[in-house]
Ligand binder design. Structure first.
Ligand SMILES: Nc1ncnc2c1ncn2[C@@H]1O[C@H](COP(=O)(O)OP(=O)(O)OP(=O)(O)O)[C@@H](O)[C@H]1O
Length: 608
């Protein structure tokens, strides 16, 4: 409990930094607001005991003026305190969400991929909301409540000790009722939240993969699962509602009994002449003010369990370490040639299971180097290491003889473009998608890039051309069209180092030739690395690197490697065999040299 409070306090120190003035102003105006509210019982007592009892009609007007002043103070302090506090704590929420989002963008990819659908959303929005409102309670609500409990209790004791003790005894009974209900209420609130969160994740995931659901004919199964989830949620909702209603009515019941109790006990004291009628009325009003304060303190304490759960989830994300570290002395990457060297690189995703096992390879500037190998051999891993999605366990990656760990991550990624297969397009206009990551771009640049990627024709045929919205709620592009947009994005950026993960997998032969030409043009100014899965792609390479068992097994030109009749020749034959009927096949696929069989490649794993 204390450890969690300390953790909350540490978080508060981070996000409330520089807001002490606003919080103190909010606290001060809130206290004035609440203190002013306390005048009501005093004025009532005065009205009954002095004005009416002593027939002092002359005091009615001043009393009315005082009431007017009190109302004005209440109005302004209420507005000021709410404005200051809402603004401050909304900013705290904004800072928490912004900070978490920034951290998550740097978090290891694997960590992010492991999160359930909707989980990121929930933690970013739900948990930050809970923690922020607890900060508000802890710093403003709770101190004011406690202060008022002390003030009101002292006032009551000052008026009449016996009557005050009677009120406290009845209040204790009421606190017990609140405590009795709060725990099960909280339990049901958590159950509701958990179930609703699960169902919303379920819906998002199923609709995102709607094609799979339909082709696997899983619609009926999914409908049944959703229905049973909804039935569970309905059961929880009904129980939670009834429990809430029962607790509300119980509190009202206790409140009424309690008021009668005070009237009965206080009335006896009035009749015995021990207190005035005004004091009795003041007691009734003051005790009515005490109850919500006590309920609020008890509620805060009991809801801490919920806050703790949010705190743990928030801290789990908050503490997640960036996937890669940038040293403070990191410098800007200033490219000269753009030569890329992998030097004895060891890396794997799981400890003790290396994918790359001391890989050394050079990627020359102004050349196209193709990387080929069996599926899962580590071709994409090599690209991920180059853009520092991960760092090698051992060995170095150098660009122009500078270790990429010594340069700023931003400058590294500014110089390299890694176009992954089936690259994701954001929902937005085609224009925004092409310009994504470039900052500002002119009309000429966008048109030229789209032209190079062979995308201009189909874009112009869309209802709003470059301004057609795609993705969620917009126009749905085919895989080939999406690939061309991703390539246009690449050509627009015109980077010095380019990594393409099979850039033509979804394209027709005609567009494919245009793209190859554009890639050939790219190499005039760039180091081009192509992860090749197609025979036509390896044919455009100046140099080919064949990976096997975590190292470079063979390298050379297409002709040299075919002549070796080794692994490359086998892979190439297999690639050709997989593209039967493609017009391109006749040109690029020469028969495998005699004596080479495709089972050299793998034992049933195939190539990609
Ligand atoms: N995030 C990850 N976590 C765990 N293992 C991974 C992860 N990414 C890749 N792997 C594994 O690492 C190995 C290399 O993967 P990689 O994607 O580099 O292969 P690849 O040669 O590009 O394959 P393909 O040609 O099929 O795309 C594979 O065995 C793969 O299952």
């Amino acid at each position: 409990m204390w450890k969690d409070l300390v953790a909350l306090w540490n978080l508060a120190k981070i996000y409330l930094k520089g807001k002490t003035g606003a919080i103190l102003l909010g606290l001060f105006t809130s206290i004035i607001f609440s203190l002013t509210g306390l005048a009501t019982p005093y004025l009532t007592r005065f009205l009954i005991d002095v004005v009416f009892h002593a027939s002092r009609g002359d005091l009615l007007l001043p009393l009315l003026i005082i009431c007017g002043v009190i109302l004005i103070i209440l109005f302004f302090t209420g507005i000021i305190s709410d404005y200051v506090l809402v603004r401050t704590f909304e900013r705290v929420k904004l800072l928490m969400r912004h900070d978490l989002f920034r951290r998550l963008l740097k978090a290891p990819v694997d960590f992010l991929l492991m999160q359930r659908s909707g989980e990121l959303n929930y933690r970013l929005f739900g948990d930050t909301e809970t923690i922020q409102s607890f900060f508000n309670r802890l710093l403003i609500g709770l101190p004011i409540d406690l202060l008022f409990i002390v003030i009101i209790s002292s006032i009551m004791v000052g008026w009449n000790l016996r009557m005050a003790l009677f009120v406290f005894a009845v209040l204790c009974l009421q606190v017990l009722v609140i405590i009795g209900f709060q725990k099960p209420l909280l339990k049901y609130a958590l159950l509701q939240k958990g179930k609703a969160q699960f169902l919303s994740g379920f819906v998002v995931e199923r609709f995102r993969n709607i094609q799979l659901t339909r082709t696997l004919n899983a619609g009926a199964m999914e409908t049944d699962s959703f229905k049973s989830g909804l039935e569970e949620l309905m059961g929880i909702n009904v129980k939670a509602y009834m429990l809430g209603k029962f607790s509300e009515l119980s509190v009202v019941l206790v409140n009424n009994i309690w008021s009668f109790g005070i009237l009965w006990y206080g009335g006896r004291l009035v009749l015995a002449g021990q207190i005035t009628l005004g004091t009795l009325m003041a007691f009734l009003l003051t005790a009515g003010m005490l109850y919500p304060r006590i309920a609020s303190v008890v509620g805060s304490v009991l809801s801490f369990q919920d806050v703790r759960a949010s705190l743990y989830r928030f801290l789990e994300y908050h503490r997640v370490m960036p996937a890669v570290h940038e040293p403070p002395e990191a410098v800007e990457l200033l490219l000269e040639e753009g030569k890329v060297i992998f030097e004895n690189v060891w890396f794997g995703y799981k400890p003790e299971e290396p994918v790359l096992k001391g890989l050394s390879a050079t990627f020359e500037p102004r050349k196209i180097t193709a990387v080929v190998g069996r599926s899962g051999v580590g071709k994409s891993t090599l690209a991920r290491l180059l853009v520092r999605l991960y760092d090698p366990w051992e060995g170095r990656i150098l660009i122009d003889n500078v270790d990429i760990r010594q340069v700023t991550i931003e400058s590294l990624r500014n110089n390299i473009r890694y176009v992954i297969q089936g690259e994701f397009l954001f929902s937005g206009s085609i224009w925004d998608n092409i310009c994504y990551g470039v900052g500002s771009c002119s009309e000429e640049q966008v048109f030229a890039a789209a032209g190079k990627a062979g995308a201009d024709e189909f874009i112009m045929q869309l209802p709003e051309g470059f301004h057609t919205r795609i993705g969620e709620g917009g126009f749905q592009l085919s895989s080939g069209e999406a690939q061309r947009i991703a390539l246009a994005r690449l050509f627009l950026a015109n980077p010095r180092i380019v990594v393409l993960d099979e850039p033509t997998s979804f394209l027709d032969p005609e567009t494919e030739s245009a793209i190859y030409q554009a890639i050939m043009d790219l190499k005039e100014t760039a180091t081009v690395i192509v992860i090749a899965h197609r025979p036509s792609t390896v044919k455009i390479a100046d140099h080919i690197i064949v990976l096997d068992n975590g190292v470079v097994a063979e390298q050379g030109t297409h002709a040299e490697l075919l002549g070796k009749k080794g692994l490359y020749a086998a892979i190439y034959t297999e690639l050709c065999r997989r593209e039967p009927g493609l017009p391109v096949k006749k040109e690029v696929c020469t028969p495998a040299p005699a004596g080479v069989s495709s089972n050299v490649i793998s034992h049933g794993e195939g190539v990609s």
